[in-house]
Write a protein that binds this ligand. Sequence first.
Ligand code: TYM
Length: 334
Amino acid sequence: MEQERRPVIFSGIQPSGELTLGSYIGAIKNWVELANDYDCYYCIVDMHAITVRQVPADLRRRTVEQLAQYIACGLDPQKNTIFIQSHVPAHAELAWILNCYTMFGELGRMTQFKDKSAKNAENINAGLFDYPVLMAADILLYQADLVPVGDDQRQHVELTRDIAERFNGVYGDVFRIPQTFNPKVGARIMSLTSPENKMSKSDKDPGGCIYIMQKPEDIMRSFKRAVTDSETCVRYDPVNKKGISNLMQIYSVATGKSFETIESEFTGRGYGEFKPAVGEAVVEMLRPIREEATRLMADKAYLESVYREGAERAAHTAARTLRKVQKKVGFIPR
Ligand code: TYM
């Protein structure tokens, strides 16, 4: 008899910088909300991070900090499999095989590749080009049903589906075809200083990005300086009022209030009142996370036990898919 299977979630974040408010709202917050109904795998994708040069000691530090922050955000390591990508070699092994089922032209069309190669013109390495195939391997190894990500990763999940369908077309039902999960509000949080650009950990302008571990006074300062427009009314209009609409999204996520409620709450009160209110709501949302992550960081032995156990569990699931794929393509079993 077939065992009852819970639907599976897979998602990951690169430890290539400090975790941002964008990643928290676009991804992690939803992971926590979805965690009860799924079998969840949350990965720290250090192999993706090295597609851009990293200082090794910083990468190591941020990898462990990110694990502490995942847990502090509410991901229970007993209920979710939390692990480091490079600890499960099946990711690299499947990525190689999938490379042979991915077209050069498909990878060349990826917006993120185009953006990143424009930003790193001196280091357009093969890993940067191949990045979405490793991401496809991450997702397909666990037969994920749902991939909760921000808007900027949607194209990569679509490519994952294409690769999986192509492979299944040749060999039968090997991979489950994953769906993207984008939050209704907050799938694309914008920079506070240039609201036409995504909030990003690689942002050169320090005031544009909020980090989940940032001190309350620094968060408040960035919100008070957030770029708005020449009107004075708090109204949701993402085309003409990008800055205010972005702040409304953030405020809505932090307080649970709808856009209508926010508009009436701030009727007749200018941006001088709205901006610090958003800052305060974010400070309060992040406070318990920052405190818990700081506490966890002091317990290295615990964090080590979490990533070791996570890798063991992940490797077990991943091996099942990898063996099946290797057999299909004609490799001799070890
Ligand atoms: P990364 O590390 O760039 O971002 C992590 C997650 O945060 C989301 N995100 C945002 N959401 C809303 N507004 C923003 N400003 C914002 N900035 C970031 C991203 O969409 C993402 O969900 N390739 C992935 C990591 C990855 C992965 C995977 C994800 C590797 N393998 C498998 C899912 C499944 C990345 O670079 O995310």
